[in-house]
Design a protein. Structure first.
Length: 107
């Protein structure tokens, strides 16, 4: 796998793309991450050959009345990273579920 740290943000973005969310705005919407987090991460992942980005056709953007969008898809290396991302998120979830809550915290 390319030299990209598998942070929780990276894992979320890779999982979102793997689940079919192809555009930055869609990824922001499904993950709840801000544009200042998503777009730099997409560029890093594309630079590391985990994602391949392509611009949509100008005509399609004009028909939609919006600027062109960049569509992302997983590369073969990205598919490997998707498995690592799933493992990372599963480990984080297990840790959260196994950690006793502090006294007085929440309900």
């Amino acid at each position: 796998m390319a030299n990209v740290r598998m942070t929780q943000v990276t894992a979320l973005i890779i999982q979102a793309v793997g689940a079919g969310y192809r555009y930055g705005f869609d990824i922001m919407d499904i993950t709840g991450l801000a544009s200042g987090t998503v777009y730099p991460a997409l560029r890093r992942l594309e630079g590391a050959d985990l994602l391949k980005g392509t611009w949509e056709e100008v005509e399609a953007a004009h028909r939609g009345g919006r600027p062109q969008r960049r569509m992302y898809e997983l590369t073969e290396e990205g598919e490997v990273a998707l498995t690592a991302a799933a493992d990372k998120l599963a480990a984080a979830k297990a840790l959260l579920l196994s950690t006793p809550r502090a006294k007085g915290a929440g309900g």
